[in-house]
Ligand binder design. Structure first.
Ligand SMILES: Nc1ncnc2c1ncn2[C@@H]1O[C@H](COP(=O)(O)OP(=O)(O)OP(=O)(O)O)[C@@H](O)[C@H]1O
Length: 260
């Protein structure tokens, strides 16, 4: 029998004034799977991510993590319960080094106190762990650099390292390869593949690029005007008329056409 979903949404709805951006979306996300959330521009993908992670409040419906309704919890409380969304640079300390930023996340996760002013080199275990995560994302060489000076691709890799350091059950990636150079993309895709391969995490991905979706996704859910219009195997779902219509009606140049 299928394990209970790690994360679910039940009739989750977001309104901006009179506009329904996410319309009663019900979906389950299971351990060891990667689900891509796709849909044309303005479909509600980012809003759906934002309401799950707590950046915005639901108008109605709920988000359930490991059996607990998290809908009224803060972002920090959701993170603490295992919901990890890729960090934005604003969550980091731009003038501290790459290593220090990861160390602080490792330290907070280990509940060993969150003392920003403690000297990093006094905590060898924390540094070893931080270096382990940086090595996993091929960023060890940049360990001394201030985060603010990292090139874009390295910032995205750092985001992944921080998610891993948080030890989250659920990993949410919002276009993880956006803005990356051609040679950086495979590094991040390999990394997500590797995280997926150990089957312990539940991964959600908002993505436009069909090659990324086909490389990574076990399943897709398609949003259109805030409503979930299709879900299932990526190849099969993308061929469905309702999905083709959703894209053609909104954005004739959408990447999805390349896949059809
Ligand atoms: N803060 C906001 N206030 C008002 N309307 C918003 C807000 N955020 C999003 N919207 C609207 O909600 C709808 C869904 O937007 P959202 O950004 O979630 O779509 P998306 O699928 O992520 O689009 P894209 O692929 O272009 O990023 C759009 O019509 C958008 O204009």
């Amino acid at each position: 029998m299928l394990e209970p979903a790690v994360l679910s949404t039940r009739d989750l709805t977001v309104r901006f004034g009179g506009h329904v951006a996410v319309n009663a979306v019900t979906a389950d996300f299971h351990r060891g799977t990667l689900t891509a959330i796709v849909g044309p521009n303005g479909a509600g993908k980012t809003t759906y991510f934002n309401v799950i992670s707590g950046q915005i409040s639901a108008y109605s419906g709920s988000a359930i993590l490991n059996g607990e309704d998290i809908s009224s919890l803060s972002i920090a409380e959701r993170t603490h319960r295992g919901l990890g969304r890729a960090f934005q640079l604003t969550n980091l300390f731009p003038n501290l080094s790459v290593l220090e930023n990861v160390r602080l996340v490792v330290q907070s996760h280990m509940h060993s106190g969150f003392d920003l002013f403690s000297r990093a080199d006094g905590h060898q275990e924390l540094i070893d762990k931080a270096e382990h995560y940086l090595a996993r994302v091929n960023l060890l060489d940049a360990f001394e650099q201030p985060v603010s000076s990292l090139p874009h691709g390295d910032q995205r890799k750092l985001e992944v390292a921080l998610l891993l350091a948080l030890g989250s059950d659920v990993l949410m990636f919002d276009e993880p390869t956006a803005g990356m150079s051609v040679d950086e993309v495979p590094v991040v895709l390999d990394l997500i593949q590797e995280i997926k391969a150990d089957k312990s995490r539940t991964i959600l991905l908002v993505e436009h690029k069909m090659d990324v979706i086909h490389a990574l996704a076990d399943r897709i859910i398609v949003l259109h005007n805030g409503t979930l219009v299709a879900e299932g195997d990526p190849q099969e779902v993308m061929q469905q008329d309702v999905v083709q219509q959703a894209y053609l009606g909104n954005d004739p140049d959408a990447d999805v056409r390349e896949a059809s």
